[in-house]
Write a new protein. Sequence first.
Length: 68
Amino acid sequence: MQSQTSRPLSFGENLRRARLAKGYSHEQLAIVTGLTEAELRQIEEGAENPRQPERFRNLLDCAGRQRH
């Protein structure tokens, strides 16, 4: 069995998880944040840092408290 090393998730990984947990598409999150879908995809993939990360704070906070 191979052990996995734990590393903190990047902002983009957290954003993707939060977006999916809330059931948002890229299009819906783009409307909420004022970014383009392409920008969101780049952020989720780690290719770009968000210009205004505070726009995502509430989404991430809410998703973190959500239970399945």
